[in-house]
Design a protein around this ligand. Sequence first.
Ligand code: PLP
Length: 407
Amino acid sequence: MIPRNPRLAALKAGYLFPEIAKRRREYAAAHPETASPDKRIISLGVGNTTEPILPHINRGLVEGARRLGTVEGYSGYSDEGLLPLREGISRVFYRGEFAADEVFISDGAKCDIGRLQLLFGPEVTVAVQDPSYPVYVDGSVLSGAGGTWTGAGYGGITYLPCTAENDYFPDLSSLPEHSLCYFCSPNNPTGAAAKREQLAALVDAALKKGVIIVFDGAYAEYIRDPRLPKTIFEIPGAKSCAIEVNSFSKPAGFTGVRLGWTVVPKELKYAGGEAVKADWERICGTIFNGASNIAQAGGLAALEPEGLGEIRQLCDFYLENARLIRAALDSLGVSSVGGDNSPYIWARFPGRDSWEVFAEILEKCQVVTTPGSGFGPAGRSFIRFSAFGHRADVEEACARLGRLGTS
Ligand code: PLP
């Protein structure tokens, strides 16, 4: 037999969400009363969308499938994506600033984050916001760049704390030179959306320090404050230091459809002057055969005026859930941030361990949440509440949260 890849063994624990699912199953097995409707477990834990795809976008998907059954409408591999979709994404989300060949259609942002690591290899220094979406760290560990677990984090990763004290934006003097920096805004899990001057400072630091930013804009369509940038490319200079990954998952309910994109500007170069974009084309051509043509037909419908209206409507629905959750936490005196320009609320439980708070909320309220420590060391005393849920479930969960005030 051959030995196990040691990088798999280096992954500290089970991936966060399977671990939460396991604890939920164990709780349900030990509490048969959770089978009854008033005691049923409600999840405000994961970032999976719950509402149906809205009609115009759904018709695009159906029509895309229908066309595949016709001689004139059939299409095979679409390589880096259907041209109208690449052009449409540039036009709708980037004011037409990118040529179609700088926009790469993917089967989702997470999948591209995994593949992007191949561009930089195991030697690169990685920096992440702490807390952050776990894939940046776990993917880096799998690629070899993360190094080994030291007890407080991975040796190859620089954690940039994002806390109440720094407005959930990292101290950029700690950003290592020549590193690969993952940056997510609006952020999962804190819900913080970086201000224009903050992103400008990040781009400035990246240009000065020879850093490449992987900007994750998966929640951009949740931004309601018009002053907040929706993409890193609103910042001058970003084309020379950033890649952006993005997705139809959270704005259009495509978590199960699978469609995203990555922008690799032609200006982006490695230290040796080679174009990053050329290598990304090579990687996509080598280990990825393109997104589903049906999903892309849905994506095209999403970019039409009716589709953009539906995106707005769907995000507004989840933002209203977020407002309800924050109001419930406020009434308990639990301080929280997020939820106004993002579907996540980051609630603070000073001095407590997040898995312990997770267990208390499950025990008293039969509500599943996400322990902040799963997102990085700075999340130790936080709980992430997700606004992805049916309205009735969110209302019921909010009512039950009232039990936390009692012993
Ligand atoms: N990026 C962030 C920050 C996320 O929170 C998620 C999903 O939760 C993703 C990317 C995954 O997106 P996709 O469904 O396109 O793979």
